[in-house]
Structures are given as structure tokens and as C-alpha cells.
Ligand binder design. Sequence first.
Ligand SMILES: C[S@@+](CC[C@H](N)C(=O)[O-])C[C@H]1O[C@@H](n2cnc3c(N)ncnc32)[C@H](O)[C@@H]1O
Length: 332
Amino acid sequence: MDRLKVLSLFSGCGGMDLGILGNFKYLNQNYHKLPTEIVYAIDNDPSAVEIYNANFQHNCLLGDIKTINEKELPNHDILMGGFPCQSFSIVAQNPPRLGIKDEKGQLFFEICRILKEKQPRFFIAENVKGILSANQKRAFPLIIQEFQKVGYNISYQVFNASDYGIPQKRERVFIIGFKHFEDCFKFQFPQPITTRNKIPLKLVLDEQIEDKYFFSQKAVDGMLKAKETMNKGRVQNIDEPCNTISAHLAKVSLNSTDPVLKEGQLYRRFTPRETARIQSFPDNFRLDVVSENRQYKAIGNAVPPVLMWHISQQIINLIVEEEKQKYSLECA
Ligand SMILES: C[S@@+](CC[C@H](N)C(=O)[O-])C[C@H]1O[C@@H](n2cnc3c(N)ncnc32)[C@H](O)[C@@H]1O
């Protein structure tokens, strides 16, 4: 089978990209190479692009998607993009959720602009679960309508990463667009794998942790005093998957709602490497090309590669089945 050409928008540090390419190992499992190649990738965050380019053989361009001339883009079979989600997220309530009225919330129109011109066979878009309820539930149907207007049949589903061998309860919506109705009809989202036997957080934690990751006694005392009345100190149960890792981890404090760890009487943040593991990046995925703050941000924004691999595999299966049928007809 010919390799499927993929166009990657809002590529970040490449979580989706690693997932759709495959050929990586995570928690002793091999996620085999998929018959795909990335023909174009772009993001406007210099640090994310630096991490991306340290990990892939092809290059991600640093640039603003709004400046791309869609006619100059290479032809491709799959367009993918986790469009920016801040304005849809229920976590980001300050400032309040603006949804599609916000400039960032409108970046999906850029995806539509490119789909309209290039008409790839599939697209995969990812966003936070909050997109389903944004703008009093009006934003999501509008987004779907826009995708339909440019010629696509749509299927979507909310996924919990912890159902797919990932130690994180991250919930995200995946919207898959199909140029051909038969593809949409035949497509099946991947079945959960670890619904009953979830991967616990402790499997991805390190034992030797540098002092700088521990909170000071002053911060701990302050948090303990305030804890009765406020929802603070999100200590994780290491026997369960972790709460969602976000880009905000760069600024984690004991007063924020981000997940932290308690070891004896000590509290600490995750290391960037642990964060990457919680997101299902393999240990050979390089992070050390930018500052730790930038690493947290890029990793927190990423799509878990393992989840993306499972979803991509289902699209590949459609093509494999199609080729099998063609072959059996030719041989009959
Ligand atoms: C949710 S993150 C994508 C994460 C990525 N899919 C991954 O799996 O690692 C959204 C990305 O959109 C990028 N972005 C935001 N506005 C952009 C623009 N106007 N042009 C290009 N990229 C943009 C951000 O820098 C960020 O990396």
C-alpha cells in the first residue's frame, strides 16, 4: 500500500504527528510504523517547533497558519490538526469561555479554508471536551456545519486517554471528516483497551527526583491552611491514572488546580519527562532543546501519541480493507 500523505496543522511539539507515524515504544509496547508520511507541518510557537524538529526527520515550519496560501500546499490524503482550544476549555474560565466569538476559537476556519481547496480524503481534528458545550452548545454544531459545507461527512467521539493504555484521564473530542460517505459509514472508532485495567500513574514516575521539583515548606503550609475552604493541592492517587496534564503545568503551584504529588510529607510537581510519559510520549522523545517551562507547555498542549496511533490505525484499516477487496475482485 502507498504511504498516505499527511498535512499537519497546529503541529505543536508533534504528539499527533508521532501517533500517526507510529514506530515508537511506550511502556514496553511497540506502536508499529503506520504507512504514513508527513508532507507538511506548521506551528507558530518557536519552542514547540524546536522540540518537533529535534524529533522528526522532516521539518515543521515556524509560521502563522493564517498567512499560508492554501493553493501552494502539497496534496495530501489526511489533514490533521488539534486546533487551539483555550477558548473552548472549561478549565480556562478566566477570561470566560468565548468559544467561536474569540479569534483563537475561529482558527478552525483555517482548517476549513485548506480543506475546501485541497479536498483530502480524510481529516482528523482534535479539541477539548468543552467544545461540545461552548456558546450554550451552539459552537459545536456550527463547527460541524462548516466542515460539512466544505464537503465532508463527519463522525466524532469523546475519548478518555486512560481507556487506551495511557495513565491519564484526559478527555478529548476527535472529529473525523470523510470525503466519501462510504468511508464514514464503514469507519469504526477504536475500541477501548484498558477500561477495567487502567494504567496507574506510578508506572511512569521516577524515583530519584531533584530538589527543585519539590515545593517549599512555606508553600505547603500556605496550601494546608487554605485547603479546608478551597479546592487546592490536587494530590494525585498514584494507583490511578493522573488528572489531565495541561500547558499550565509550566506555572504549577500548590494553589492551582494542576495535579501534584505527595511523597511522605513533601509535595512536588512532575518533572517534564514524567509529564511526557503521562502523555504517552516515549522516553527517547527529546525535550531538552528548550527550557523546562517551554517543555511543560508544549507537552501539556499535545495529543497523546498512543491515542492518536489507535485512531490513525482505524483510518489505515479502511484503506487496507479496500485494497483487499480490490485484490480479491482482480483475482476472481
Ligand atoms: C493544542 S496545540 C496542538 C498540539 C499538537 N497537535 C500536538 O499533538 O502536539 C495547538 C497549537 O496551535 C498553535 N497555533 C496557535 N495559533 C496558531 C497560528 N495562528 N498558526 C499556527 N499555529 C498556531 C499553538 O502554537 C499550539 O502549538
